[in-house]
Design a protein around this ligand. Structure first.
Ligand code: HEC
Length: 122
């Protein structure tokens, strides 16, 4: 007789392993450095003509921030209009994979840890 519990346990274990490996090892493209998930090829095809993808992968921002960057490039850097559906796919990709960070700078040093100020304070 078939042991359904065993089958079910085996199934969930497989799913857990699958999810764990997906979360742990997000693959990046060797050439562009882009995270290889839904939408990355749209970015590769439309965003690498004028500058390195480092400008993209080292940046971060909400969807609105990414949209403002695209508008800025369109109004001043010669980026062409993008089909709305394509633009939406690119924005989803950017906001999901290069989203707003909490903070990107370390906290300031406490005054006693700072070097002496060589300039006279008036
Ligand atoms: C027609 C040329 C062109 C294309 C195509 C292009 N960009 Fe740019 N982009 C520029 C220029 C020029 C700059 C300014 C580069 C610099 O400061 O050295 C820039 C700067 C940027 C920056 C940095 C902005 C900042 O605040 O410093 C980001 C991020 C960026 N681009 C993302 C993208 C994305 C995403 C796409 C695809 C939708 C794209 N670019 C496609 C021309 C382009």
């Amino acid at each position: 007789m078939m042991n359904w519990n065993l089958l079910l346990a085996g199934g969930s274990l497989c799913l857990m392993l699958l999810l764990a490996s997906a979360a742990a090892g997000q693959e990046t493209d060797r050439v562009t450095g882009l995270a290889m998930v839904e939408g990355w090829q749209a970015v590769q095809a439309n965003c690498t003509e004028c500058h390195s993808t480092l400008l993209i992968t080292q940046n971060s921002g909400s969807r609105a921030v990414w949209e403002s960057r695209i508008r800025w490039m369109q109004s001043s850097q010669g980026l062409a209009e993008l089909e709305p559906e394509l633009e939406s796919r690119i924005l989803d990709y950017l906001a999901t994979n290069y989203g707003q960070k909490q903070a990107s700078r370390r906290a300031q040093l406490a005054p006693p840890l700072m070097p002496e100020n060589p300039y006279p304070i008036n």
